[in-house]
Design a binder for this molecule. Structure first.
Ligand SMILES: [Zn+2]
Length: 149
């Protein structure tokens, strides 16, 4: 189907149905990446973290209370990864792009507030999980915070 034809097809889902479906996609994506991160934290013997801490801005995936560090594991598509962001679906591009832009603005706002409150904010992109570079980076940050406060 040509792109112009696609654009003429009406979205069969209502806005509510759409956001409900998207929320499901998002939480599903989070689950597998979070599990991967959790396994790596254990494998690399990083301790002192809490999964899904309550009451922290932006609902980080992990929290290291001893060093006031919050860790976000973000899907490349939904959170607009600078490296992978070009994968926006071709049809309905405006629709997806505005959703993604909203997410990005919210992420930035949350991270700024967290830093203002004295948290160290670490963000891991989904695509980074294929390698161990991110956990070495995390370990280095934790070591630095432990040393300097
Ligand atoms: Zn990415």
């Amino acid at each position: 189907m040509a792109e112009t034809e696609m654009d003429d097809v009406q979205d069969p889902l209502t806005t509510e149905e759409r956001s409900e479906r998207m929320a499901r996609v998002r939480s599903k994506g989070n689950k597998s990446t979070e599990l991967l991160v959790e396994q790596k934290l254990i494998a690399f013997n990083l301790q002192g973290w809490i999964k899904h801490p309550k009451g922290i801005i932006g609902n980080p995936d992990f929290y290291f209370p001893d060093v006031s560090l919050v860790l976000f594991v973000d899907g490349c598509f939904w959170h607009s990864c600078p490296k992978c962001n070009r994968n926006t679906p071709h049809s309905r591009r405006d629709y997806w792009q505005s959703k993604i832009d909203t997410n990005r603005r919210r992420d930035n706002r949350n991270h700024r507030k967290l830093r203002q409150e004295g948290y160290h904010v670490v963000r891991v992109w989904e695509h980074e999980l294929k390698r161990d570079t991110w956990i070495k980076r995390l370990r280095a940050i934790i070591a630095r915070v432990e040393k300097n406060g």
